[in-house]
Design a protein around this ligand. Structure first.
Ligand code: R5P
Length: 291
């Protein structure tokens, strides 16, 4: 058994060597079968290799969130600016028309609500594989709590989601969640992203932090960054720009889009960074021009 004592410090990230794409534009997933690749291609743009996911699954733990009081009013105008809609089945079925053609990242776990002090105690499966197939999900999102009380349970849910999804060609996105008192540093994110990827997640959602380039290098599948709490628009664009420049394959952003002063312009500006190599400065100017 690997012993945590006596580890050599990891340092050989080979940042000068790009991971081989081997003929498929999604990192590390060339060996998946056709259906899985087709779904991944709906998520990741084949030209940029990246994705803009709009997260509006907050209600599953937070109830009504500022900016998301009316999903049916707020989300439809933003849909054309993004590649993926990340939501619960309850939100999709009631507020989003099935005639839209965006990829769906279906939240398939439940977790402790904000009524609890710390959500990292973990939860369970809210939406099974048959429901994900009926909804025509492009991927399933599972929360993980590495280093927190819910770690074991959440990794079990992640692994069973990967098993079920692989039977039907549906990828799993493993979300790296951060416990209440946990340090959000690169040591933690490096550990957590790698554990989630090696557990079988096809996509990893994590936070941007210092040293991100090494975290990306050591993660064998694409990382998309979480938006997190609302920042001034310029700062959110800078975070997206730094993440993409350092190897992220997209963003999964909620509050920094739908709580922006102009959500549609913000979604467009984020897409410029993610898909068109806009710098943060240029993207912010673009945002201001759109207002
Ligand atoms: C987190 O894991 C959930 O999917 C969140 O509801 C979502 O990521 C929140 O997005 P944001 O932090 O960008 O508002």
């Amino acid at each position: 058994m690997a012993d945590k004592e006596g580890f050599k410090i990891s340092k050989d990230f080979h940042l000068d060597i790009k991971p081989s794409s081997e003929g498929f534009h999604v990192k590390g997933l060339n060996h998946c079968d056709w259906g899985m690749k087709n779904r991944l291609s709906k998520i990741f743009n084949s030209k940029s290799g990246n994705t803009v996911m709009l997260a509006f699954d907050h209600g599953y733990i937070m109830g009504s969130t500022s900016g998301l009081e009316r999903l049916d009013v707020v989300i439809p105008p933003l849909m054309e600016e993004v590649d993926v809609l990340m939501a619960t089945r309850g939100a999709l079925r009631t507020c989003i028309t099935p005639t839209q053609d965006k990829a769906i990242c279906l939240r398939t776990t439940y977790d402790s609500s904000v009524m609890y002090d710390d959500m990292s105690i973990g939860g369970g499966i809210s939406t099974d594989i048959e429901s994900a197939i009926r909804i025509n999900a492009s991927c399933m999102a599972v929360q993980t709590f590495i280093g927190a009380p819910g770690e074991k349970n959440s990794l079990e849910l992640l692994c069973r989601s990967v098993d079920a999804g692989e039977k039907y060609g549906i990828p799993t996105l493993g979300v790296v969640a951060v416990g209440k008192d946990m340090v959000r540093d690169n040591k933690f994110f490096s550990l957590a992203t790698r554990i989630v990827a090696e557990s079988g997640a096809h996509i990893v959602k994590s936070y941007y932090c210092e040293g991100f380039e090494k975290i990306v290098a050591a993660c064998p599948v694409p990382i998309v960054i979480a938006g997190g709490k609302k920042l001034p628009e310029q700062e959110a664009l800078t975070m997206a720009y730094k993440a993409i420049s350092e190897g992220a394959h997209g963003v999964d952003m909620g509050r920094n889009i739908f709580q922006a002063e102009n959500p549609k312009a913000m979604a467009k500006a984020v897409a410029k960074v993610v898909h068109e190599n806009f710098s943060d400065k240029l993207a912010y100017e673009f945002y201001l021009d759109m207002k």
